[in-house]
Structures are given as structure tokens and as C-alpha cells.
Ligand binder design. Structure first.
Ligand code: AMP
Ligand code: MG
Length: 401
């Protein structure tokens, strides 16, 4: 059987995926979400000229030389001075307080001498320590763009622009099911032939980091009826993507392909030219996408990183092209065969350069090693042997925005 290239498989998975609908999220809950529309400021900031310091508001023309001014009141944040500043007068002012009409300069409090309502001020450059109206932004300024991820700084900006709610892309819903008679949940007692399921948790966490929502379908035994029932519930619940792990191969106890057939899913069963993770099942039924991942924990998570993270990004209307980085190899690697290899590696900085050091053992069941891995060193099909010091391409395992 010929093997499908990783890139071709990804293109087929992404084919026809359109961005999810828009929904409104409270700004307090919108961190990490993707803006579905551009946002224009609903207000001008600051709305009036304001003091940048605690001090005294004066007329610039009054303080060309050192002088003494008469204190006539105060302007604090939230409590403006009602009145106008006439020649020879000053108003006590605090940071963020509106400048009284007539005043255009602030003298910081450390530079004045007070004697009752007589304020002695030094010669001062006009317009010091005043923030003009609209210094930050003006009403109507389009400051946030569609497709931007709402980082903490952009959340603060959206709030300052006057938005209590922001239009964001609905999170695509990925339902995740582990399959296998040998699996129990963490915290449960393991029987003599049982191990603890980890795939559904790792896959869900990675999808959430990519901006998707996950529904945990738990564990189904190696029984077509049980697997079908779990998947049917998730389809009825409106999941965009149904992900299974395990049972995706062609062993006697691998039922996922059969179940997808009974559910009416059009299946593409692929052997992909990649390691880890050769068998991958893919199908569509109506708007729902089905992905059958291999059961080995490292394969499941590497396939999630390579195929499902870009899929989540496509649903969010984001560029699903991956950012690969160049790094220096920290260890020799052998010649590669026809499967693209994804070597688990640590990343470090040496002499200012990114160094990727692949682990010497790369077994696809070794989660402890995956837990130490920062990145995958991508070795294309038939790549020649490479030595420590050569340049390689890496893809980070953990996602950043
Ligand atoms: P399978 O693809 O079902 O043949 O499983 C391959 C290997 O992955 C077997 O050793 C399984 O025990 C293991 N495995 C399958 N599913 C999980 C899971 N959810 N968590 C941890 N290991 C799993
Ligand atoms: Mg199995």
C-alpha cells in the first residue's frame, strides 16, 4: 500500500472547512478567543485633556518665569474642577483628573512651595505633564482586527474601547473518545490487564490550547456497539469533529473503521508516511469530520499536533500553516526512510542559537519522554544522515498564541 504524504493528508482534512459562526463573549471571558469582526473604539480616550501627574494646573503663559499663583480649588480623578482658570490662578490637580478650562500645563507637586493658598512655582515649559484629549485613541478608530487572538493586552484595549462583549468565533467542538478493553480512567483501580487511559486528556488539552472546545466521551471498550453509541451521542450533540484514539488499525480488535461504516461516514483510511502515527482514519458525514487516531500515546499526541491543531485553527478562521523554526541539531541522527519522522527533542539556547536535541530512544509508547520534549525535529522522507551542528527544522509541541 502506498503511503500518503503528511502534507497531502493535512490538505484533505482541511479541505472545505469554513470558519465557525460568530458569537458574543463577555470581555471578561474572552481571553484567547479569536475576534470575528474588527472593533472600532466607541469612545475617545482620554475623553478630555488630563493631568499625567499629581501637581498644580496652571496657564503656561503664567509660568514663563518663576512666580506665585493663587490656589482656587482642586480637580481629582472622577471629580473635575467646575470653573475656569484665570491668569494668576492655579488648581490642585491629580493624575487622571480633567484639566480645568484655561489650564494647559501641570507643575509637579515636588517643584512647588505652598503657603496657604499662595503657591510658589518655578519657571516651567508650557504643556508639560498634560495628556491631550484622544492621546490614546479616538472614537471610531479601528484598533482591533478580525482574526486577531485576544491576548491579555488586547482584552484590556477592547474593554477601554467600551466593549462589554466582543464578537468572537464560536469554538469548534471536538469530541474525544478513547477505545480499548484495557483502559480505565485515572484514579480508578486497574485490573490485572489494565492500564490508565491518557489519550483523551492530552488530546483535549492540546485542542483547548489551540482555541477549540473539547467534549470528553471517556472510554469505550473494544465493542462496535459501545463505540457507535458514544459517537452517535456526540454527533447528536452537534460536535464538529469526532476524534477516536486506538482501534484504528486492522487488528482483530480494531473496530473503529467498521463503526464509522455503520454510522454512514464516508471513510478514507490512510496509511500516512509518518512516524510516529502511520494509521489514520478520516471521514466526513454531513458537516461532521471524523478522525481516528492511533492508540499509542505519543502517536496520538503527535498526530493531534500535526493534523488536529491546524484543523482547529481552520475552524477559527486562522491561518492553519504551521510555523517551523530552524535549529541546530544537538545530536547525530541517522538516515531516514520513506516515512517523515517527528523526533521528540528538547530545545535550548547555546551561543545565542536554538539547539534541538532529539532523544536517543523514540518509542511511540513513551509518554515520559514526550513529557520532556519541547519540540519535534522534522525529518523529511529519505533525509540523509545528519550530524550534531547541522541545521534542522523543528515544530514546537506546546502552543503559544
Ligand atoms: P491500539 O491502537 O488500540 O492498537 O492501541 C495501541 C497502544 O496504545 C496499545 O498499547 C494501547 O494499550 C495503547 N492505548 C490505546 N488507547 C490508549 C489511551 N487512551 N491511553 C493510553 N494508551 C492507550
Ligand atoms: Mg486497542
Amino acid at each position: 500500500m502506498s503511503l500518503l504524504a503528511v502534507e497531502d493528508a493535512l490538505n484533505r482534512i482541511l479541505d472545505g472547512i469554513t470558519p465557525t459562526e460568530t458569537e458574543f463573549a463577555p470581555v471578561a471571558m474572552a481571553g484567547g478567543r479569536v475576534l470575528a469582526d474588527p472593533l472600532a473604539a466607541t469612545r475617545t480616550q482620554p475623553p478630555w485633556a488630563t493631568s499625567a501627574m499629581d501637581g498644580y494646573a496652571v496657564r503656561g503663559a503664567d509660568v514663563v518665569e518663576a512666580t506665585t499663583l493663587k490656589l482656587i480649588g482642586q480637580s481629582a480623578a472622577g471629580h473635575r474642577f467646575e470653573g475656569e482658570l484665570k491668569p494668576g490662578e492655579t488648581v490642585r490637580i491629580f493624575t487622571g483628573a480633567p484639566m480645568p478650562p484655561g489650564a494647559d500645563t501641570v507643575i509637579i507637586q515636588e517643584n512647588v512651595e505652598t503657603n496657604g493658598n499662595q503657591i510658589k512655582v518655578p519657571a516651567t515649559e508650557p504643556r508639560r505633564f498634560v495628556r491631550p484629549r484622544g492621546l490614546d485613541f479616538a472614537q471610531g478608530d479601528e484598533l482591533l482586527k478580525e482574526g486577531q487572538t485576544l491576548t491579555p493586552t488586547r482584552i484590556a484595549l477592547a474593554a477601554a474601547m467600551g466593549y462589554a462583549e466582543v464578537p468572537v468565533r464560536k469554538k469548534p467542538v471536538f469530541a474525544v473518545l478513547s477505545t480499548g478493553d484495557e483502559l480505565v480512567l485515572p484514579g480508578e483501580t486497574t485490573g490485572p490487564d489494565q492500564i490508565v487511559a491518557s489519550n483523551n486528556f492530552g488530546v483535549a488539552a492540546m485542542l483547548q490550547a489551540a482555541g477549540a472546545a473539547s467534549v470528553d466521551l471517556g472510554i469505550a471498550p473494544d465493542d462496535p456497539g459501545a463505540i457507535a453509541e458514544k459517537l452517535r451521542t456526540a454527533i447528536d450533540g452537534g460536535a464538529d469533529v469526532l476524534v477516536t484514539t486506538g482501534g484504528a488499525s486492522v487488528g482483530d480488535h480494531d473496530y473503529v473503521q467498521e463503526v464509522l461504516g455503520t454510522l454512514g461516514v464516508e471513510i478514507g483510511f490512510w496509511k500516512i508516511a509518518m512516524r510516529p502515527g502511520k494509521p489514520l482514519m478520516f471521514g466526513r458525514r454531513g458537516p461532521a469530520t471524523f478522525i481516528g487516531l492511533p492508540g499509542n500515546p505519543v502517536s496520538a499526541l503527535v498526530c493531534t499536533r500535526i493534523f488536529l491543531v491546524p484543523l482547529a485553527r481552520a475552524f477559527l478562521g486562522l491561518d492553519s500553516k504551521e510555523t517551523y523554526e530552524d535549529a541546530i541539531l544537538g545530536a547525530d541522527v541517522p538516515e531516514n526512510d520513506r516515512r517523515q519522522d517527528h523526533l521528540r527533542a528538547t530545545l535550548g539556547i547555546e551561543n545565542g542559537r536554538l539547539v534541538a536535541t532529539p532523544f536517543s530512544r523514540q518509542d511511540s509508547s513513551m509518554l515520559a519522554a514526550l513529557g520532556r520534549a519541547d519540540a519535534l525535529v522534522i525529518r523529511p522522507p529519505h533525509a540523509p544522515a545528519a550530524q550534531a551542528g547541522d541545521v534542522c527544522r523543528v515544530l514546537r509541541m506546546n502552543l503559544s498564541t
